[in-house]
Design a binder for this molecule. Sequence first.
Ligand SMILES: [Zn+2]
Length: 204
Amino acid sequence: MVDPYESLLKKAYEQITEPSGTGERFTIPEVRSYIEGKTTVFENLTELADAFRREKEHVMKFLVSELGTAGKIDGNRGIFNGKFETSQIANGITNYFNDYVLCSECGRPDTRLVKDDRILLLRCDACGSHRPVRKRKAKSEEPAKLFEEGKIVDVHIQSVSKRGDGVAREGKFIIYVPGGKPGQTVKIRVTRVSGSIVFTERAA
Ligand SMILES: [Zn+2]
């Protein structure tokens, strides 16, 4: 009887043109996404998941938590509620890669996730090492700290409010920037936070 994993692995290796283990640098495929109405379509979710040899459901679950939104899988695409820059999705993908794919010992991506008791381990097929998957703090905590009063942060203005302020979005936060114009990235100081609404002034 052929082990399904072995046959998958064999298939995967047959598709690799470069011999593995040569120290060839793995490059993460470029994220392609676009905004459609009030959603963001991540066109090549499956391509990325396949490159990582991970389930697209797992990648998607990670991304929605990174972006602080909800989403669903539609064929090969991931669809997020809300408008996100391609760079935001690419950041999430990089974080996923570092946490769930990259072997910290040998720097190769030829790894798999295995459960040992209840601990999720990243096991490396290239060097045989394994490490626990790093537990990230819930992403929602990070922007909260980012938007504490007095913090200076770079934000990317996406639109203009009725009052004429620039509006940036970061996860669940809506950031108002006096005089901000769409397309600008500006340095701001947080003056007040009210729930998910962040008031700012220009810094520098
Ligand atoms: Zn390794």
